[in-house]
Design a protein around this ligand. Structure first.
Ligand SMILES: Nc1nc2c(ncn2[C@@H]2O[C@H](COP(=O)(O)O[C@H]3[C@@H](O)[C@H](n4cnc5c(=O)[nH]c(N)nc54)O[C@@H]3COP(=O)(O)O)[C@@H](O)[C@H]2O)c(=O)[nH]1
Length: 728
């Protein structure tokens, strides 16, 4: 009985155990299935694939999973699925892991995709089983398809390589305009290295040329429209500002969300500067910085359009500096340039910045006055300009120079409607202002055109003057004040034209100089004057000398000393009987060259006089270095000698100084006895002028000299009770 009970209990216990085992096995199986499901889900979710590698056989067991729950398993030889090019590298990785060099097996390799292609996998694994010898038997792990990631990475690498090698500076900024990356060109351009600028805001480049609202506005525009291009000022790391052309575009993600701003920058400062320089050169005169002819005609055209619309009047003032050529020749071109610059500044200062002042070239300037109420307004400005030039121009720290302008005025709509005509008429009026004695202005009128045409006709007639024999000489005697003796005469040229009547030398000599005809005419004068003197010598007046005027062109001509020598020789006149009169400007033109020429005349025995002394810019100290024998004080000083203490002072000083240099002094333009007395009392050597005699033709002059008696001079000469010179 006890046995039966024990047996029954045993059976029950065994049955219970069996049931429990079954239950436990079921639970275990269920857990396994659950884990497997989770593994499948995890593998599916991560995209990873499970693999198990048998080290001894080289077989690879794989779980292939396409969708949750759909898992297949295969076993393949490694060599059959791994790309042959990746074998060696993969085995190296495996060795590194198995030797303990790395803690995990990790390799990227190409694996056959089953369709004849290859996919890139990143495999990771660990030893899951070891043999009794402790060596790895199985390694298991997961593999992830990284084909797309690798392609993207490669694209990213190529893109960044391209960026790096680009000449244009490129920056990538996030949606807040913080820098994410920049290329080397960007660093070169801005001075910021990538490490310094990444994370900082784009505003770090904002310059002070624009206010912050300007930059903010641009950033808003970029955010709104996704694109922006334009030119803005930016600032480099060292603070230097530069003009930058920027092309900015925005990159969006797949959902259309703004991700990045990419900006391509170009430093266009130099390019703009070059453009500006070109524009400047095309429109401005580089010497004075005033508008040039091209910009002037543009501005004048616009002014005409405005004046037409608003029914206004415009004036064009054409201004030329008096005797600028002489100054330029005598003081040199550098000084001439300084005068032009100073004159330009004086002009602009006088008319104000709201009126256009332009330089047309040389010493010609133009002023455009707009909104004039009457023509007299233009006269007023012209007068102001002339007054402004009363004060000398500053040449440099030590030197100043007095120069006056002559101004011609034309008016729109009164005289012309187009810029070229207005300029031409103002030019014509300016010439009339010059002819009227310089340092004055003239308003254009139609009669002036006639004068211009006459000038052209005269200039044409001048070419035939020698052939037609229309030239003749008159002679003005010179008197020595100490001996009351006629010492000689000055030959003065006259033109009696059949067509045009008597033409003054002041009108035709400049034309002859302009055309070069003065060379031929000058030689004729020289020969004619020498012939006359030779005749007079033969008439027993052997002490007389002849002064002949020489123009700059004659002096500069290479063989003038030879011409003079030949004429004297041809005629048989002693060189000492000839005096050449040269103006200061003639002497100062090309001073070095001139000095050599002058010496050649002195070697020949010809005397040299400086004509019109005091009107030029030479000093007696300078003239001392030239082989001059005589100075002729200009009639401008003599005319006012008796009224103007300054002229009296200058004249007496010049006489004293010239004597100290051993020079003979002749006073020109003596018209009154009072002047003659003053000059005699100040020991002037000789006089010439209407008081003694007008210029006379050869016959009359010879008669005058023959009949000259010294009793016309009161003897002894008393000291002149005239203006007291300020300088002894
Ligand atoms: N290169 C050459 N120049 C010449 C020649 N002949 C004359 N000239 C120059 O022409 C300028 C004007 O000369 P002109 O009209 O002959 O006048 C001269 C005199 O008539 C005048 N003069 C003389 N005395 C008086 C006077 O008392 N009062 C007064 N108001 N004028 C007077 O002065 C002129 C003399 O000038 P200068 O030569 O400076 O002595 C004149 O610049 C001539 O030089 C020529 O052949 N070649």
């Amino acid at each position: 009985m006890v046995g039966a009970v024990l047996l029954a209990l045993l059976v029950v216990a065994l049955a219970t155990l069996a049931i429990r085992r079954k239950r436990s096995e079921r639970t275990h199986l269920a857990q396994l299935r659950d884990r497997e499901e989770r593994l499948k889900l995890a593998l599916w979710a991560t995209g990873e694939r499970y693999w198990d590698y048998d080290v001894a056989t080289g077989k690879l067991h794989r779980l292939l999973l396409d969708a949750p729950g759909r898992m297949a398993e295969d076993a393949v030889a490694v060599s059959a699925v791994v790309h042959p090019d990746d074998h060696a590298a993969t085995l190296e990785r495996l060795d590194a892991y198995l030797s303990g060099e790395t803690s995990t097996f990790l390799a990227e390799l190409r694996v056959a995709d089953g369709n004849g292609g290859w996919i890139w996998m990143r495999a990771r694994g660990r030893i899951v089983a070891k043999g009794p010898d402790g060596r790895a038997r199985r390694i298991a792990g997961t593999a992830l398809n990284i084909t797309a990631t690798r392609a993207a990475e490669r694209e990213r690498q190529i893109a960044s390589e391209v960026l790096r090698s680009m000449n244009e500076a490129v920056s990538v900024l996030d949606r807040n305009f913080d820098f994410i990356s920049v290329n080397a060109a960007f660093s070169r351009m801005t001075g910021y290295q990538e490490s310094e600028i990444v994370g900082r805001n784009g505003s770090v480049l904002d310059s002070l040329q624009h206010d912050s609202a300007f930059y903010q506005h641009i950033r808003e525009q970029i955010s709104r429209s996704g694109r922006w291009s334009g030119e803005i000022w930016q600032r480099r790391k060292d603070g230097e500002e530069f003009l930058c052309s920027i092309e900015s575009s925005t990159v969006h993600d797949r959902n259309g969300e703004l991700v990045l701003h990419v900006a391509v920058l170009n430093d266009i400062t130099q390019q703009k500067r070059a453009e500006q320089e070109l524009r400047y050169l095309a429109n401005f005169d580089t010497l004075t910085n005033l508008p040039n002819r091209s910009l002037l005609s543009d501005r004048l055209s616009r002014a005409i359009v405005r004046a037409h619309r608003e029914d206004n009047r415009i004036a064009v003032l054409f201004l030329d500096l008096d005797r600028f050529k002489d100054i330029n020749d005598s003081l040199g071109h550098a000084a001439g340039d300084r005068i032009l610059r100073a004159a330009a500044a004086r002009l602009q200062q006088t008319v104000g910045l709201h009126h256009t002042v332009a330089r047309l070239g040389g010493d010609e300037f133009t002023v455009v006055l707009e909104n004039l109420e009457s023509p007299e307004d233009a006269d007023k400005v012209a007068r102001e300009i002339i007054m402004a030039f009363e004060a000398p121009l500053l040449l440099d720290d030590r030197r100043e120079i007095a120069i006056s302008p002559s101004i011609g005025i034309s008016l729109y709509p009164d005289h012309a409607q187009v810029p070229t005509e207005l300029l031409k008429q103002a030019d014509t009026a300016m010439y009339q202002a010059k002819a009227a004695g310089r340092r004055t202005f003239m308003r254009y009128d139609d009669a002036m055109d006639l004068v211009v045409r006459q000038r052209a006709t005269i200039s044409g007639a001048l070419r035939k003057v020698l052939d037609r024999g229309e030239l003749h000489l008159v002679y003005q005697p010179r008197l020595a004040l100490d001996s009351s003796r006629i010492t000689g005469v000055e030959a003065l040229l006259r033109w009696s034209s059949d067509e045009h009547g008597e033409i003054a030398p002041t009108d035709f000599i400049p034309m002859a100089e302009e055309s070069g005809l003065i060379l031929e005419i000058g030689e004729w004068v020289l020969r004619e004057a020498c012939l006359t003197l030779h005749r007079w010598h033969q008439h027993g007046l052997g002490q007389l000398s002849m002064a002949v005027n020489v123009s700059v062109l004659q002096l500069l001509r290479g063989d003038f000393p030879e011409v003079v020598a030949r004429v004297l020789q041809d005629i048989g006149l002693p060189p000492s009987a000839l005096e050449l009169e040269l103006t200061e400007s003639v002497l100062m033109a090309n001073a070095e060259h001139t000095a050599v020429k002058l010496q050649a005349f002195r070697t020949l025995g010809v005397s040299l006089a400086i004509d019109d002394f005091g009107t030029g810019y030479s000093s007696l100290a300078y003239l001392k270095r030239l082989p001059i024998t005589t100075i002729k004080i200009d009639k401008a000083f003599i005319g006012d000698l008796t009224h103007d203490p300054e002229d009296a002072a200058i004249t007496s000083t010049v006489i004293t100084m010239a004597h100290s240099l051993g020079l003979n002094v002749v006073a020109e333009g003596v018209e009154t006895e009072a002047q003659m007395r003053f000059l005699a009392s100040h020991r002037c050597d000789e006089i010439q002028g209407f008081w003694l005699s007008q210029p006379l033709d050869a016959h009359a002059c010879l008669a005058f000299i023959r009949h000259w008696t010294p009793d016309r001079l009161p003897a002894p000469l008393p000291a002149a009770p005239l203006a007291t010179p300020a300088v002894p």
